[in-house]
Design a binder for this molecule. Structure first.
Ligand code: FAD
Ligand code: MG
Length: 572
């Protein structure tokens, strides 16, 4: 077998476990350079990255570097434009093979094409593997006749024909790197590039080892005082996975609709930042869950189970990979075209946690300070911004989430925003979350609100979710006058949500053929008849609409089971 001189290029997938392309490159090379190219223009052009996520990325790279060092290697971090840097490193190190993970988002597809062209030009062997998702999502699309399955139910049906996701790749050892150690001492191959090189490739030269080091947050011109609650990196990811997997009962009983959005510590796994950057392999997670389920007589099932959550991830990755403009409204064939209001002032208040609804404002504050909020908390603020109260385009909310979330993810973020704004996937229109009752149900005394909105901390529980209703003396006693120390509500929820429901119903009726794309067709005519008579109303006193009650999967928002999703029946 040819013994290559190789670069393994990390993009996402910042890990050593379940890293099939790295295994492959170690098995076929005389030496391997693990490289991360910090191409800031590319990274920030692809998606917004706020300071918390930059910090998380840098921590993850540092952890990767240390893990590689422990195996006798290191991470070579180089700043600059990806293609220019690669071209220079290939020349400098005499590289013959390049390996990297296959990614499916549009910005990576574009980069892949450029890398392929470069490999062709420089006669490099290109080695790729799918490592970020459970399956090769292109295979799922093929198995569904070339189109992505657009409902979770259909998606699960397609998966059932594909069998289980493949097992994680074998662990990488010090021996692997031992035999692939680059000849650092050899001049010429790894030495300093000439000025001529520098000019030719348009990137700074690597004068010394120090140049391969990781920049600090400050060196990137960024700064934050917010506490680190989610340290980046594979080491943390595996520790957190391990801790959760030790609670086998918790894993087996996990049903996301029953988890609590306003607990002071996450009630779900909190693994999303690690999965998003690939510090944790989704396959490793999935198969660990399978093992635990195999040992139990009874366990929860998708969509609410933990495996169900990993499948929601896969679902959105699959659709996003085959849908143009997935993160936009216009030009996105599955997304309803809605004439949203342009209200910069309201958008700003929502972003800054100044809507006057403590439940919404506390969530947005947690998001800005910590970079993570619970799934149902995401439901609350996303519904409020869009179809519930403010009638603002979901793309605006998506951008704020991209900026603030540690787990910001092109496919999952856009898929869920379309869901929550009822622009696709979700059709149970009258179920609008109430920004007062939703949070109160699981935290009646408002501990979560007191933590994130200290201005309200002395309000009596009775009023804390709607402080504008508190008598003046109560406000004075709490040291917080509403309208002065904390804002009045920006909308009348009842009025706004009624009006928005009418508009949204009209949109769905007018664009029925688009709406239908992401709605399950009821295949059983008998069931269909029954469901037609079962109009959507009551529960919360919302006026009946002509809509049919869709079947179970549709009634369930992402990750919820239809029979237990009472949080969403919260219209006032
Ligand atoms: P757990 O419940 O422990 O689930 C385990 C894993 O399953 C998660 O880490 C995640 O990778 C996956 N998962 C869970 N729920 C979903 C879902 N609904 N869709 C797809 N995958 C899911 N998640 C992101 O990872 N990145 C995002 O940018 C993102 N944006 C969102 C935007 C909105 C408006 C909403 C409503 C949800 C969004 N989610 C996003 C999905 C979900 O809220 C988070 O994945 C989850 O809350 C992360 O917490 P966890 O790891 O504790 O989840
Ligand atoms: Mg259930």
């Amino acid at each position: 077998m040819t013994q290559h001189r190789s670069i393994h290029l990390f993009r996402k997938g910042l890990r050593l476990h379940d890293n099939p392309s790295l295994v492959g490159v170690l098995e076929s090379s005389e030496f391997v350079y693990p490289v991360f190219i910090l191409d800031r223009a590319f990274m920030e052009g692809a998606m917004r990255i706020g300071v918390l996520r930059w910090r998380f990325i840098l921590q993850s790279l540092e952890d990767l570097h240390h893990r590689l060092q422990a195996l006798g290697s290191r991470l070579y971090v180089v700043q600059g434009p990806c293609l220019g840097v690669l071209r220079r490193l290939v020349a400098q190190w005499g590289v013959t093979q390049l390996s990297l993970d296959t990614e499916v988002e549009p910005h990576y597809l574009q980069q892949d094409q450029e890398i392929q062209a470069l490999a062709g030009e420089l006669s490099l062997t290109l080695r790729t593997a799918v490592a970020h998702t459970l399956y090769d999502v292109r295979r799922i699309v093929r198995a569904n006749g070339g189109q992505p399955p657009l409902t979770y139910k259909k998606f699960l049906k397609v998966l059932s024909g594909l069998g289980e996701p493949s097992q994680p790749a074998r662990d990488i050892t010090a021996e692997d790197f031992q035999k692939c150690r680059p000849p650092l001492e050899e001049k010429g191959r790894c030495g300093v590039p000439s000025l001529e090189d520098e000019g030719r490739y348009g990137v700074p030269s690597l004068e010394d080892e120090g140049r391969y080091g990781l920049p600090s947050l400050e060196e990137l011109g960024l700064h934050t005082e917010h506490q680190v609650l989610w340290p980046g990196g594979e080491t943390q990811a595996l520790q957190r996975l391990h801790t959760h997997m030790e609670s086998q009962g918790w894993v087996n009983n996990f049903s996301r609709p029953r988890t609590i959005p306003n607990s002071l510590l996450p009630s779900t796994t909190g693994l999303s930042p690690y999965l998003a950057l690939g510090c944790l392999s989704a396959r490793t997670f999935y198969h660990r869950l399978s093992k635990i389920h195999a040992q139990s007589k009874n366990h929860s099932l998708p969509p609410g189970s933990l495996q169900g959550q990993t499948l929601w991830r896969e679902f959105f990755y699959t659709i996003a990979s085959a849908t143009p403009n997935f993160s936009l409204m216009e030009g996105n064939p599955i997304c309803l075209q809605i004439d949203w209001d342009q209200r910069k002032d309201l958008l700003h208040k929502w972003t800054m946690g100044q809507t006057g609804f403590p439940w919404i404002d506390a969530i947005m504050t947690q998001l800005r300070q910590e970079g993570w909020i619970h799934h149902l908390a995401r439901h609350a603020v996303a519904c409020f911004l869009t179809r519930g109260d403010l009638w603002i385009n979901w793309e605006e909310g998506l951008k704020v989430f991209e900026d603030e979330l540690l787990d910001a993810d092109y496919s999952i973020n856009a898929g869920n925003w379309m869901w929550l704004s009822a622009s696709a996937f979700y059709h149970q229109l009258p179920r609008i979350f109430c920004p007062v009752r939703f949070g109160r149900r699981t935290d009646p005394t408002g501990e979560y609100l007191r933590k994130y909105l200290p201005v309200l901390k002395d309000f009596p529980s009775k009023y804390i979710y709607e402080p504008w209703k508190a008598p003046e003396e109560v406000q004075l006693q709490a040291g917080c006058v509403i309208g002065k120390d904390y804002p009045l509500p920006v909308v009348d929820h009842k009025e706004a949500s009624q009006k928005n429901l009418e508009m949204m119903t009209q949109v769905h009726n007018q664009q029925e053929s688009t709406a239908r794309l992401t709605r399950d067709v009821v295949d059983d005519p008998m069931k269909m008849r029954l469901e037609r008579n079962d109009t959507v109303e009551d529960e919360d006193g919302t006026p009946p609409t002509k809509q049919r009650r869709p079947d179970r999967e549709q009634r369930a928002a992402p990750g919820r089971e239809a029979d237990t999703d009472d949080d969403s029946r919260d219209t006032e």
